[in-house]
Design a binder for this molecule. Structure first.
Ligand code: IMP
Ligand code: MG
Length: 176
């Protein structure tokens, strides 16, 4: 894909308002705390930073790295851990924080890996969801926005490591 122009899909104000709503909902759902937030590097870092501050009450944060082999767009893409958590999640209420659910391959893998470590609970919060692209079903407890099948960048999401620092979520339109 040749990178073309950027078109704002979700402006900063809508992102921030929705993240505040998700934070309030999560706060209500976990009255006991602490919530162990596990962010998937690198795209989810911006969402994590805002979501953690939208949650009232104790949270812990940690990071996990995942990379996919071969063609990013292939539906049967294998995934592997590139950076593990720093601490144990045994007995913890774990909430995986992800930027976007696309085919579902990444989250299926991660849910499987983390479930084996005996957390007390294990759920997913994803800022964006592209349901039309799903290959493997995944139960996402908290979704910020459902979006159409377009490649998006900004607010942590990249194209070839670019655009992560855009404040809005934008569609990267193909040139030519
Ligand atoms: P999945 O395993 O296909 O669900 O892929 C999820 C990962 O693919 C996300 O964590 C992103 O890193 C990447 N991804 C999927 N769609 C997009 C997009 O539109 N823009 C940027 N990254 C994306
Ligand atoms: Mg990602």
């Amino acid at each position: 894909m040749a990178a073309g122009g950027l078109r704002v899909l979700i402006p900063e104000e809508r992102i921030q308002a929705r993240v505040r709503e998700l934070g309030a909902e999560i706060t209500r759902d976990y009255p006991e705390g602490p919530i162990f937030l596990v962010a998937i590097l690198k795209g989810a870092c911006f969402f994590l930073a805002d979501l953690a501050r939208a949650i009232q009450g104790p949270v812990r944060i940690d990071f996990i790295g995942i990379s996919s082999y071969g063609c990013r767009k292939s539906t049967s893409g294998e995934v592997k851990l590139t950076k593990d958590l720093d601490s144990s999640i045994e007995g913890a209420d774990v909430l995986i924080v992800e930027d976007i659910v696309d085919t579902g391959v990444t989250l299926n893998y991660l849910l499987h890996v983390l479930a084996q470590r005996n957390p007390r609970s294990l759920r997913v919060a994803a800022l964006l969801d592209k349901p039309s692209r799903r290959v493997l079903a995944v139960d996402v407890a908290y979704v910020g926005f459902e979006i159409p099948n377009a490649f998006v960048v900004g607010y942590g999401l990249d194209y070839a490591e670019q655009y992560r620092n855009l404040r809005d979520i934008c569609v990267l339109e193909e040139s030519g």
